[in-house]
Design a protein around this ligand. Structure first.
Ligand code: SF4
Length: 96
């Protein structure tokens, strides 16, 4: 049973986001104002991230891969535009 995943405080304004069904990472957010279309997140986790017609990343299927791969995708972003949150709405990555 999955409980509600609270909305984090201080989310950026222009985002694409999805809730994961399980694991440590429960909310995946792309800050689309920060994204520069570098494509690294898509290269690492193509099932989770895709680029739209504007060359900005959005979240597709959050459950298509494991937490480690999603973390690697977030770490690969040169502008840290991929934000990861846990089941309490606390930020896992990037560190403040
Ligand atoms: S790696 Fe970062 S900058 Fe590149 S597409 Fe993904 S979110 Fe955008």
């Amino acid at each position: 049973m999955s409980k509600d995943v609270p909305l984090p405080a201080n989310l950026p304004e222009q985002i694409s986001q999805k809730i994961k069904a399980g694991g440590t990472i429960r909310r995946i957010v792309v800050d689309r104002a920060k994204c520069i279309g570098a494509n690294s997140c898509v290269a690492v986790a193509p099932g989770v991230f895709q680029l739209d017609a504007e060359n900005l990343a959005y979240v597709t299927d959050p459950d298509s891969t494991d937490d480690d791969t999603i973390m690697m995708a977030a770490q690969s972003c040169p502008v840290l535009a991929v934000l990861l949150y846990d089941e309490n709405g606390d930020k896992i990555f990037p560190a403040e």
